[in-house]
Structure formats: C-alpha cells, structure tokens
Design a protein around this ligand. Structure first.
Ligand SMILES: Nc1ncnc2c1ncn2[C@@H]1O[C@H](COP(=O)(O)OP(=O)(O)OP(=O)(O)O)[C@@H](O)[C@H]1O
Ligand SMILES: [Mg+2]
Length: 268
C-alpha cells in the first residue's frame, strides 16, 4: 500500500485518534483527561468530569431523567465544538428534537451544521454492526471525528440476547468498539432503582467504567429526583446522594448532599 493511502486507512485514523485521546503523563504518573458532563455541580463530584474514552452508565427507573442527562452531556460537547452522536433505540427523532427545545437545545440546527447526528436504530442493526466489525457507524464516527456518543438504551440492546454469555460478550464488544473509536460514551440503562431494591444488572456493572444512578422517588405527595455515583474507575468520587432538579436549562445537581438521616429515611 502506498504511504499516503496507508495514512488514510481507517485503522490508522483510529489509532491516531486513540493515541491523542486520553492521557497526559506528569512526573511519571498517568492522568486521564476529563470530559465535562454538562450537568451543573456534577463534575465537582467526580474529579472534574468523566474520564476521556470511558463508558458511563446512567441507570434509573422510567422518567428518572436518563435521556436528558445523556443529551446534556452531548450539548456540553457541542458547546465545546465537539462532534456528537445520539444512538436511540426508543425515541422518535422529531418528537425528541421537539422536547429538547424546551431546554433551549436546537438539535436540528446542530444537525444541519454537521455537528450533531441522531441515529434511530434498532438493536438488531447494532448487533449487525458488531458482527461487521463497525460497519457504516464506524465510518461515520471516524470521518466526522465524533468524540461523544450516547446509547439510549442498553436495555433495549440487551433484550436481543437470551443467553447470558452471549449478552455479556456483545456488551463487551460494543463497549470496546466505542473505546476503539476514541469516544467518551454515556449509555442509559432502565432499572428499577427504587433505593434499597436496586437490581444489579451485573453484565453492565462489570463492563462499564462508571455507574450513575438516578432515583425518582415518591416523597409525600410528589416525586423527587436524586443522583448517586455508584462507581467510577480511577476516580475518588463522592459517595453521597444529591437532589437533582429540572430547570429551564436541563438537569442541575444540588450543591448540598442529603444528610445521612434523610437518605436513610428515603431508603437510599
Ligand atoms: N421541560 C421539562 N421540564 C421539566 N421536567 C421535564 C421536562 N421535560 C421532561 N421532564 C421530566 O423528565 C421526564 C423525562 O425525562 P427522560 O426522558 O430523561 O427520562 P428517562 O429516564 O429517559 O425516561 P424513560 O425511562 O421513559 O426513557 C419527564 O417524565 C418529566 O418528568
Ligand atoms: Mg429515556
């Protein structure tokens, strides 16, 4: 292969992408670069943001705010001039774009500028992509130089597999592929995270770099939202539980954590 052609080879672009991706070394210690989440007051709980090139799971019950949390992470990327991709198995594009306008997020405009892509995929199509070793999604990610990806939701993808071993292998393949692309990912996971009864979805928990749980609990006459960082590899993260609220600009984490007594009363 000629030198110029070799330079343009996807595998080479991929390697270059990764190499510059994630690390700086100071005084012999490796520091992972941090990627801002875009959620006010959240990055301070996780040493400045997600690790670059990591897979982060936002887990929670229906309506807990997973999709908006994930979208907000992409909005932050767009603000910084990054290219972003939202892969949805559930939301209809038009409807989703319309809902996001409530927070002042003009996804149609970002799409027209070539900064944002929304793929409405079936889980089956993603399985095919894995079997093809990347397929057209990989070409799109690498040529558009996408750096942030959302997968909404992993639950739909996992439903494809009856066999536990196959499920685990496929999730691992998906995560590895996203990492190979040099991207940082937030993936949502439907989970009945009603406090003490958090059901561990072990395949995801083991393979992901971090898990953020979004709780949506009834407290007296209404429901309230809370957030907890359950795990984040390589990060000294807060182990407290924080109220989470919707504002006209998206989700905001409260600065003050719940007291141990209140958390206990809520069963958290
Ligand atoms: N503009 C808004 N202002 C206030 N709250 C909103 C607004 N838009 C959505 N919400 C709240 O957010 C919830 C939906 O958030 P989101 O779609 O992120 O949840 P989800 O966890 O992804 O839900 P699902 O499990 O259905 O996918 C709504 O049910 C509503 O309570
Ligand atoms: Mg959702």
């Amino acid at each position: 292969m000629k030198k110029a052609a070799r330079k343009k080879h996807p595998a080479r672009i991929k390697k270059k992408h990764q190499a510059k991706a994630r690390r700086t070394i100071r005084a012999g210690k490796i520091f992972e670069k941090r990627v801002g989440s875009g959620i006010p007051n959240f990055d301070g709980l996780i040493e400045g943001g997600f690790e670059k090139n990591s897979i982060n799971i936002a887990a929670g019950s229906a309506g807990s705010g997973k999709s908006i949390f994930a979208m907000q992470f992409l909005i932050e990327g767009l603000k910084k001039g990054e290219k972003c991709l939202y892969v949805s198995f559930e939301e209809q594009k038009e409807h989703f774009y319309n809902n996001m306008l409530d927070f002042g997020w003009d996804l149609k405009g970002s799409e027209e500028k070539g900064d944002f892509s929304f793929l409405q995929y079936t889980p089956e199509k993603v399985r095919l992509m894995l079997e093809e070793g990347g397929g057209s999604i990989e070409s799109a990610v690498l040529t558009k130089k996408i750096s942030r990806i959302v997968i909404d939701s992993l639950t739909s993808f996992a439903l494809l597999f009856n066999d536990e071993l196959e499920k685990r292998q496929s999730i691992l393949n998906l995560f590895n592929m996203i990492k190979d692309w040099g991207c940082t990912c937030v993936a949502t996971l439907d989970e009945n995270s009603s406090a003490k009864g958090r059901v561990l979805s072990s395949n995801f928990d083991i393979e992901s770099d971090s898990i953020i749980v979004l709780y949506y609990l009834r407290r007296g006459e209404r429901r309230e939202r809370f957030l907890e960082v359950l795990k984040m590899r390589g990060t000294k993260h807060s182990s407290k539980i924080y109220p989470l609220e919707f504002t006209s600009r998206g989700l905001v984490v409260h600065k003050n954590a719940l007291s141990d007594q209140v958390a206990f009363k809520l069963g958290l």
